[in-house]
Design a protein around this ligand. Sequence first.
Ligand code: T46
Length: 135
Amino acid sequence: MMQEIEIIDIPKIADPDGRGNLSVIEKEVLPFPIKRVYYLYDVPSSASRGGHAHIELQQCLIALSGSFEVVLDNGSERKIITLNKPNKALIIPNGIWRELENFSSGSVCLAVVSAEYAEEDYIRDYQDFLAFKRK
Ligand code: T46
């Protein structure tokens, strides 16, 4: 269950002269071709983002800075994953309900996704999501 949800390593290039790290996403790092990038920032700690599923869109989430929790729900099971490392990426396949919460101060959530923005791809009502999963 929840097999397709995974945390992958983003290659990290540590600078030999102590200039810090560089991580890069290219070629086959993600399990889908990249069509769009967006990011969430200045999110109050009390706020919740997400609260929807996507019909087709596949997504990669990275905590570029700080930390936040991602609640994942496949219609029969829920789990919570904390993201807090810029070289770890959470892969969320289509058909998964997600909620993002407990953002730390100054945190930045990068989303790298498989499709352009399309409101028709969203299921924003949880009962509609459960009905979609039963189909
Ligand atoms: C997701 C989570 C992690 C656009 O016009 N273009 C875009 O590319 C996006 C992503 C959003 N919007 C508009 C649509 C809404 O009027 O921005 C507004 C806020 O979007 P939303 O309420 O969907 O934001 P989140 O943070 O709840 O969800 C977003 C993504 O939409 C979603 O794919 O998985 O981040």
